[in-house]
Design a protein around this ligand. Structure first.
Ligand SMILES: NC(=O)c1ccc[n+]([C@@H]2O[C@H](COP(=O)([O-])OP(=O)(O)OC[C@H]3O[C@@H](n4cnc5c(N)ncnc54)[C@H](O)[C@@H]3O)[C@@H](O)[C@H]2O)c1
Length: 386
């Protein structure tokens, strides 16, 4: 598995050119909250034709399209599989809850369709491996929906590390996390075991991991000592007016871990949907020549709103300086860029912007934290051959 990055060799540079290419026929699998953001942004692209959509809930897909005024000529289905069987699609956006990511992605790839899969990649490492096997067999594009990658601010973190300004990186600390923010505005799909599968770990922990691991070139994870808890998720007082959510809660609302990465890097990770603290701290990258502080964000919508700060010793003096924010484009702008880079790749036989060969390591860490927490000890991270 050590050579997986070499064998897949995707291009991590995003092609964001806005030129209009050949028509791409798109289908949507899962038409809940995030599907609306996919539709809004595909609608801005004259070369994208949304031809079909599917949701397990009868009538849900059509209702969303009618609300958005784009139902005419679109075919609606009650499962992703039925849509894939009936339609000739170039690409799908998979916007299902986490537990349906792997089956839908494998199904789409087996039908020869390019896939934009919402984050997190999957629930378990085994599922991610199966998706990658289908990807390899199909030769199609699979990209994972981490839109913060499109942020110039986040790209700046990687540029700083790559510039050598920080020297050799030996320690990463994940930060942020919510004081109270268990996502239940649309019911229980994020918090039930059978739909969400994993909680804060997958929902916002995967973003936090992606920011740090992307910055240091996605080193392979080796071992993890993980902890997860659910004290707030399981407490009826967390949900005024909806005590039944406590009963439905079957995932983590907090997680922490020490993870050893290849190249002698230690990752100190924590994430929270709910805790009795305002923040679990800023994210830090420590190197032999400098340290980088990435300001804590509560929500993980893909942007941070305070400047980065670099700490160094210069001629025997301790100095620090700000790296100004590049942009404050916001969620909509990043979302458009995520979809556009996928469509451009489909049109030009291009590469995934956020490739599975990287995100498999993100998923392996999440998987190891869950396993280690259950076992109460450190676990070795083994990624099967693909
Ligand atoms: N990138 C982002 O900023 C972002 C933001 C929110 C959510 N998400 C991710 O998007 C995914 C969906 O989140 P959501 O808030 O839209 O959830 P949701 O529960 O509102 O919607 C999911 C929908 O998928 C449908 N579905 C499930 N399996 C299906 C299948 N096999 N075929 C057809 N339909 C199926 C469900 O019936 C439901 O309507 C989650 O994995 C989440 O992590 C990403």
């Amino acid at each position: 598995m050590a050579d997986i990055q070499d064998r897949f060799k995707e291009n991590t540079e995003s092609d964001l050119s806005n030129q209009i290419g050949k028509e791409v026929r798109v289908g949507i699998i899962g038409t809940g909250w995030i599907a609306e953001a996919h539709l809004e942004n595909y609608m801005k692209m004259p070369d994208v034709k949304i031809v079909a959509a599917a949701d397990l809930v009868p009538g849900k897909a059509q209702a969303l399209f009618e609300k958005m005024g784009i139902a005419e000529g679109v075919h609606f289905y009650e499962s992703g599989h039925a849509m894939l069987e009936a339609e000739q699609l170039d690409a799908v956006s998979i916007c299902t809850y986490n537990c349906q990511h792997a089956p839908c992605a494998i199904d789409a790839l087996e039908h020869g369709v390019n896939v934009l899969l919402e984050k997190p990649f999957t629930v378990t490492l085994d599922e991610a491996v199966e998706v990658m096997k289908a990807e390899k067999k199909s030769g199609k594009i699979l990209t994972i929906g981490f839109q913060p990658r499109m942020s110039e601010n986040m790209q700046m973190i990687k540029k700083i590390v790559d510039s050598g300004e920080l020297g050799k990186i030996y320690y990463l600390q994940a930060g942020g996390g919510r004081r109270r923010g268990i996502p239940t505005p649309y019911g229980t799909s994020f918090i039930a075991k059978e739909t969400g599968g994993i909680g804060a770990l997958g929902d916002i922990g995967s973003y936090s991991l992606d920011m740090l691991l992307n910055a240091v070139g996605y080193p392979k994870p080796l071992t993890a000592t993980g902890y997860t808890s659910d004290f707030f998720g399981k407490d009826p007082e967390t949900y005024p007016g909806h005590p039944e959510y406590a009963e439905a809660f079957g995932v983590d609302d907090f997680a922490a871990a020490f993870v050893r990465l290849e190249g002698g890097i230690m990752l100190d990770f924590r994430i929270s949907w709910a805790m009795n603290m305002d923040t679990a701290g800023d994210a830090l990258i420590l190197g032999t020549k400098g340290g980088l502080r990435i300001p804590s964000t509560e929500c993980w919508n893909g942007e941070f709103d305070k400047p980065l700060r670099i700490y160094k010793n210069v001629a025997g003096s301790e100095v620090s300086y700000e790296v100004p924010l590049k942009t404050l484009g916001g969620f909509g702008d990043l979302f458009y860029k995520k979809l556009r880079s996928f469509i451009n790749a489909v049109q030009n036989d291009g590469k995934a912007t956020v490739p599975s060969s990287e995100i498999i390591y993100n998923q392996a860490i999440i998987d190891a934290i869950v396993k280690s927490s259950k076992l109460g000890r450190e676990v070795e991270i083994e990624i099967p051959e693909i």
